[in-house]
Unconditional design. Structure first.
Length: 203
């Protein structure tokens, strides 16, 4: 029995999560994050017309609001009529005005590009964790982790050096230390590392 006072949300939860949401949790979220803390399925939000809408997955650490929407190809693209098309974007607009950070993810990307989706999720979480870095790091190391958290892509030592306003040599020392401490990982390069990214939590 689902412990939920709101009857509509209880009904949605008892009916089970959609296939796309389940695949996202199984192949993207949990492998990257390793827990489901602060994540709420079928979260109810009120719209401007005093009605209710439901977010596929709400991520709400510390009172902040993130909305993850799984976009199926059939229901959100190929079979979308004019009314539903307009309603979809009204929905996103209303969430944005209510200070939600919205992350739509295509179901096809979940199936075809799981590693990119995992990195996207880590970057999404980074929007809520800008100051949540290991206490043992010094200022420049902590800012490097924050920088990595804000990126959806790999970054070069030159980009980080420009952000931190330090020399390329000092930047590489910081990067090597953070790789050794398992905070970052190398995403490209052989003997001379060229690209770095936030380390996936499942590694």
């Amino acid at each position: 029995m689902v412990q939920e006072e709101n009857p509509r949300r209880r009904e949605l939860l008892e009916n089970g999560l959609g296939h796309g949401t389940i695949e996202f949790l199984r192949t993207i979220w949990y492998p990257a994050v390793q827990h489901f803390e602060h994540l709420y399925p079928e979260w109810e939000v009120r719209d401007f017309h005093n009605g209710y809408r439901y977010v596929d997955l709400a991520y709400m650490p510390g009172g902040m609001k993130g909305a993850i929407e799984i976009q199926g190809y059939g229901t959100h693209a190929r079979d979308l009529d004019v009314r539903r098309f307009k309603d979809l974007y009204w929905r996103h607009s209303l969430l944005a005005l209510d200070h939600w950070i919205i992350l739509p993810i295509a179901y096809l990307s979940i199936k075809d590009e799981p590693q990119h989706c995992q990195q996207l999720i880590l970057s999404f979480i980074g929007r809520f964790m800008a100051v949540d870095v290991p206490l043992e790091l010094d200022y420049l190391e902590a800012e490097t982790v924050r920088f990595a958290l804000r990126q959806f892509r790999s970054f070069s030592p030159a980009e980080l050096a420009n952000h931190l306003r330090i020399s390329d040599q000092y930047t590489r020392r910081i990067l090597h230390k953070l790789v050794d401490a398992n905070h970052l990982e190398v995403s490209s390069g052989g003997k001379r590392y060229r690209k770095y990214r936030l380390r996936s939590l499942q590694n």
